[in-house]
Design a protein around this ligand. Structure first.
Ligand SMILES: Nc1ncnc2c1ncn2[C@@H]1O[C@H](COP(=O)(O)OP(=O)(O)OP(=O)(O)O)[C@@H](O)[C@H]1O
Length: 274
């Protein structure tokens, strides 16, 4: 289904993605983890064709999507919708119009400028918002919503494209634990119910373990772990993050826990580090 072969992206002498190969044979929910600069975003950007690879192939359903041009490239970009940490909504525009922007490639500039979307698409947008539990906010400006609600609007916009794959670049990095949970549950449901592949860059181990079927660990552009949540032990995580014995999972956690317990753990981790 997805076959990544010796994928490399160099920026000058720095290989942001370095000879990455892996295969995914069915739609799964995949988490990519690794410290800042490991190459996670660059990989997603290559897959969505926001940036070109230096070498290698990325085949989806048997076709190398890295060589597509023109309409074929745009169709592929529509097949693999991307959501971002900062939501990338139009803040002053109402929620439903933001969602309808997911169909931009299919409509003329006039349609978009004057919000002349077909009624069926407006209904579809509202149905998707309903599915994500935010239909009641459809008429509000996007900026009036909480971060978690805004990210669900971004997911709704992605779903308007009816994509085969959803690429999520740190989708919960700006959210508090409660909103992070809602957004991850929405992504998991989209995978479970629609059979869409979801690939999410995540900065927290517990989130990757809890929501993903398979986890890929990157370090310095390379894949250094590829396995199940159960195989991602603290020792393995320490290797992925290139951390020492003072490595604390609490520092990469979004679990909803007792605040005092978290503070105590952080103090302990800081003491060990000293
Ligand atoms: N446009 C660019 N020009 C030059 N170097 C870049 C560019 N984009 C990324 N890099 C470099 O490529 C490497 C990988 O960056 P990337 O953003 O993919 O990592 P990441 O794992 O997603 O990190 P983060 O979690 O901080 O986003 C880093 O060393 C980064 O500085």
């Amino acid at each position: 289904m997805l076959d990544v072969k010796s994928l490399t992206k160099r920026f000058g002498s720095n290989a942001a993605v370095d000879n990455v190969s892996f295969t995914i044979d069915r739609p799964m929910m995949i988490g990519i983890i690794g410290r800042s600069g490991a190459g996670k975003s660059t990989f997603l950007r290559i897959m969505n064709r926001l940036t070109d690879a230096s070498d290698g192939e990325l085949c989806f359903e048997g076709r190398n999507v890295l060589t597509l041009t023109g309409k074929d490239k745009r169709d592929w970009q529509s097949d693999c919708a991307m959501i971002f940490q900062q939501f990338n909504l139009v803040p002053r525009m109402d929620v439903v119009s933001n969602v309808l922007h997911g169909t931009l490639g299919r409509h003329s500039t006039l349609t978009t400028m004057f919000n002349l979307y077909p009624e069926a698409e407006i209904h579809k947008a509202i149905d998707i918002l309903d599915r994500l539990g935010i239909a009641e906010h459809a008429a509000k400006r996007a900026e009036a919503l909480s971060g978690g609600q805004q990210q669900r609007v971004a997911i709704a916009r992605a779903l308007m494209q009816d994509p085969k794959v959803i690429l999520a670049d740190e989708p919960i990095a700006s959210l508090d634990p409660m909103n992070a949970q809602t957004v991850m549950e929405a992504l998991r449901r989209i995978h479970d119910e629609d059979g869409r592949m979801v690939i999410a860059n995540l900065h927290t181990l517990d989130t990757a373990r809890r929501y993903c079927d398979r986890i890929i660990g990157m370090r310095d552009g390379r894949v250094v772990f590829d396995g199940t949540p159960e195989q991602l032990t603290t020792g393995v995580a320490r290797d992925i993050y290139g951390a020492g014995a003072d490595f604390s999972e609490a520092a990469t956690s979004t679990e909803i826990r007792d605040h005092d317990a978290v503070v105590t753990e952080e103090i302990r981790a800081a003491e060990v580090a000293l």
